[in-house]
Design a protein around this ligand. Sequence first.
Ligand SMILES: Nc1ncnc2c1ncn2[C@@H]1O[C@H](COP(=O)(O)OP(=O)(O)OP(=O)(O)O)[C@@H](O)[C@H]1O
Ligand SMILES: [Mg+2]
Length: 462
Amino acid sequence: MTVTDNLPTLLVVEDEKNTRDGLRRYFDGKFDIYLAPDVATAMNVLESQPVDVLLTDLRLTGGTEGLDLLERATSISHPPVCVLMTAYGSEKVAVQAMKKGAYDYITKPLDLEKLDVVLTRALHSRKVESENRQLREELDRKYGLEKLIGNSPAMTEIYERIRQVAPTRATVLIEGESGTGKELVAQSLHMLSPRKSARFVAVHCAALSPQLLESELFGHEKGSFTGATERRIGRFEEANHGTLFLDEIGEIDAATQVKLLRALGEQTIQRVGGNQTIKVDVRVIAATNKNLEALVREGKFREDLFYRLDVVPIHLPPLRNRKEDIPLLIHAFVHEFARQNQKRVVGLTTDAMEALQQYDWPGNIRELRAAIEHAVALSRGERLSVRDLPPRVLGQSEGVAGLTSGGSSSGPASLNLETMEKSFIRQALRATEGNITEAAKLLGISRRTLHRKIKTYQIAPA
Ligand SMILES: Nc1ncnc2c1ncn2[C@@H]1O[C@H](COP(=O)(O)OP(=O)(O)OP(=O)(O)O)[C@@H](O)[C@H]1O
Ligand SMILES: [Mg+2]
């Protein structure tokens, strides 16, 4: 066997030794050739290295094992392009083989020159196909992640996870504060998946009453409840073969949780008021800005559903924990809004940049984006200055003395409600030396509420 770099590989599967040897002599120098007398040997070769072209006899040892081999060869991860040799008169089987994925066939006795032409063409088609695939993959990579800006270590890790999990059908649970980009991540997961040509359907679970949510998700039959004047196809059915994005999943009621659990487990749904079981092929991505595990502990969210959803978690960090991404984000948003407003804005003054870096961004990227839009709209010069920025971004350190911005080290305190609440609870607990009853009185809430908040925020008891 001659192994030469860069020659395409050809695997010849032929039980007649003379034919094998003849083929080897003829194609030596043009291909890197492997010979196999039977299916087992051929599969060994195919599984141990990439093969460009597979040339197989249809009838091996008297049977039609060639078809068998064809099927197995086309189902490996980088399948070769397959050409069949068949006895004159058995073209019918050859046509059958083409339907199973063979590229072409040639009849025996072999005309080697003709075979040469067929193999050259086969090789070319494989090259074109693999180039197309590469281009497609490159485009997908770009398109799928290009909207996500940021190159902090935290974001880089998230891109990696998105790339890994996107092609699978694993359920993904995206957690993160409001405005951290959960929906954007969900869209990227869809765009990078084989489901991208089907629909991405988003449902905002918090926006609907329990009854409406159920019919939104699963659809309903005509007359199933007052107001159901027509049959309605639910979002699960709309997203068939695509992706269903369930936003604010922590808000769904107990009854819908049960139905959702069943839909996820069995990949079937029933419309409200219907008794037909409908099969759906849907990949579910869920998002929440709540701590879903805490909701499980409080008995507000089903544990079994949580585990169904949390197959692959993606946690989006708040912007204040990856402030190094702020300049890049600003740059992109300035560009976007300058173009949109047909204004010439080239950047920011140092003061303005510093103020934006200082701020804690409780509303995360959404808030930053809005701040830049505001500044670009108001700007009079080519550089955004401090006076163009929303007052909130500048004046936050006044009036909230005594508060700490829980977790983040730099920058002034945050006006984030949750952060303030945590801080007040800690202060009350400190003032009462951990006496819950006293602390609750001080805060003007019930003991039970205080207990719950301590649990949710995982505050250490004094
Ligand atoms: N990494 C990012 N790069 C660029 N833009 C981003 C990024 N993350 C979020 N955005 C932008 O910020 C805004 C909010 O993002 P998105 O709606 O995805 O957040 P969210 O986490 O779903 O928020 P909410 O919990 O409030 O629904 C959108 O305009 C989005 O385009
Ligand atoms: Mg969202």
